[in-house]
Design a protein around this ligand. Structure first.
Ligand code: NAP
Length: 283
């Protein structure tokens, strides 16, 4: 029977540290760190995500500046607003809530952000920094996976790691960050042959595919460490990850649950990125 790596406890500790850090800055007479959120339209999922980010920010003492636009907003108007935020010295981080409407070129808008305020790590500048193993803004979900492994003292150097999923937001950056830590990484995807056999090689398995309980216990070796990034609804409307948690817990040495796994740490990494950007600006 393995150990469960709880993200909510990791997240609580990090948030407490951030809160103390921010309080100490305010005590020194500095302003509060500030996150600007650009929200386009009225999508329920986006609104609820923005609410949860705002709650997280409130909890540690980060100010939120919410800038809203109608669905019909032009790309030019969005770019102009980003320019204003780039030049606003009281703003440390900018996030553009996705998805943007179809008439907007999302990547073009992303690229307008000042990379030092790109707290989601989406600009090509920050992506390149990560691939070059240089200091930059690391995207929140991959950073959360790495933090979970670190907090549970999982050694990465020389380890055989398999990542399932190659999206630009999760799979690829996770794989790169693991390589940066000297792991030996295999990336799998929907065209990978003999996926179960490849997974059996893994001392550490990271799964980010978006398929409920897809990875089964007989795909992993005894004692493997399993990080489940997936967030899915099963056929009964219950939240679950990409791995068969109950079965895998019997064989793995460590496994993250869903919910209360990588998810809460992801939001916390966003708060941490805002505070890092603030510290860089206050130097
Ligand atoms: P995505 O963009 O849809 O990418 C899914 C990846 O999984 C693709 O690379 C795809 O391969 C691969 N894949 C799909 N089915 C597969 C299969 N049967 N076998 C092997 N590979 C398969 O999804 P994503 O944005 O990376 O998100 C993945 C999951 O993580 C989702 O459940 C999402 O909700 C969750 N997520 C969680 C957090 C968090 O904070 N916890 C944050 C972001 C995302 P191809 O490239 O060949 O299509």
């Amino acid at each position: 029977m393995g150990n469960i790596m709880y993200g909510n406890t990791v997240s609580t500790v990090i948030k407490e540290t951030l809160k103390q850090e921010i309080t100490s800055y305010i005590d020194k007479g500095l302003r509060k760190p500030t996150l600007a959120i650009l929200l386009v339209g009225h999508d329920d999922g986006s609104i609820s995500y923005v609410k949860s980010i705002t709650k997280g920010c409130d909890g540690v003492g980060i100010d939120v500046k919410l800038v809203t636009f109608e669905e019909t907003v032009s790309q030019e108007t969005l770019v102009q607003e980003i320019d204003v935020l780039n030049n606003d010295h009281s703003v440390d981080g900018i996030i553009i809530q996705m998805p943007l409407p179809k008439h907007i070129n999302t990547q073009a808008v992303i690229e307008c952000m000042d990379p030092s305020k790109d707290v989601d790590g989406l600009t090509s500048h920050n992506v390149a920094k990560m691939y070059m193993n240089q200091k930059g803004m690391i995207p929140c979900t991959p950073k959360a996976v790495m933090r979970m492994l670190k907090e549970y003292n999982i050694e990465l150097a020389g380890k055989e790691v398999v990542v399932i999923g190659r999206s630009h937001s999760v799979g690829r950056p996770v794989a790169q960050l693991l390589v940066n830590e000297n792991a030996t990484v295999t990336i799998c995807h929907s065209k990978t042959k003999n996926l179960a056999e490849v997974c059996k090689r893994a001392e550490i398995l990271v799964v980010a595919i978006g398929r409920p309980r897809y990875v089964k216990a007989d795909w992993i070796q005894i004692g493997a460490i399993v990080v489940d990034v997936g967030v899915n609804m099963d056929e009964n409307g219950k939240l679950c990850g990409d791995v068969d948690f109950d079965g895998i817990l019997e064989k793995a040495s460590y496994v993250t649950p869903v919910p209360r796994g990588v998810g809460p740490v992801t939001t916390t990494m966003l708060l941490e990125n805002v505070v890092e950007s603030f510290k860089g600006r206050m130097k």
